[in-house]
Design a protein around this ligand. Structure first.
Ligand code: FES
Length: 171
């Protein structure tokens, strides 16, 4: 059960979130393609687009939730869940797909699941697919924590994440 203080902080957070979403709506309201721009701004602000935030956006813009979810789910860029502390985006554009991106994604997903089963924290790695990121010459291209790499195997990616984790914890 939540304490009064926790409930108070949660309510403060919800109010701050509402105010921020209202500001974003005001900023983009009269511009073309504004829903996408608002969604980008919302995701930049909160890290992902939660149902609560989408609800406030729907209320403030008068756009119904179905339309908002249609857009969020159409573009792979948008997140419906909180991002992990690391993100791995595997490009599934045509060039990358032809160079084995699907196999890379499947193997990586499997290895992350095995790590989780062994007590690791797979939830710390947000694995997702994206469309062409403009680095087709590096196919299959992968973006690991905002750094673009080409032609990595799943083992390279896991090693890279491990090194970053170690650097973060100073070991
Ligand atoms: S298709 Fe993957 S970077 Fe272009």
């Amino acid at each position: 059960m939540r304490t009064q203080t926790e409930i108070g902080s949660l309510l403060d957070w919800v109010e701050e979130m509402r105010v921020r979403v209202r500001e974003i709506v005001r900023e983009w309201d009269d511009q073309e393609g504004n829903l996408i721009m608002m969604l980008h701004a919302v995701q930049n602000e909160f890290g992902y687009i939660s149902r609560g935030v989408a609800g406030v956006l729907a209320k403030e813009t008068g756009i119904n939730m179905a339309r908002i979810y249609e857009v969020i789910t159409f573009y792979h860029y948008f997140r419906l869940t909180p991002p992990g502390s690391h993100s791995v985006q595997v490009c599934m554009g045509t060039a990358c797909y032809l160079k084995g991106a699907q196999k890379l994604y499947d193997e990586l997903a499997q290895q992350l699941q095995l790590m989780e089963a062994a007590g690791g924290r797979q939830g710390d790695v947000q694995l997702e697919t994206v469309r062409c990121i403009g680095c087709c010459g590096m196919a299959p291209a992968v973006v690991v924590d905002s750094e673009t790499h080409g032609r990595l195997c799943p083992g390279d990616i896991l090693q890279f994440l491990k090194r970053k984790q170690e650097a973060r914890h100073g070991s």
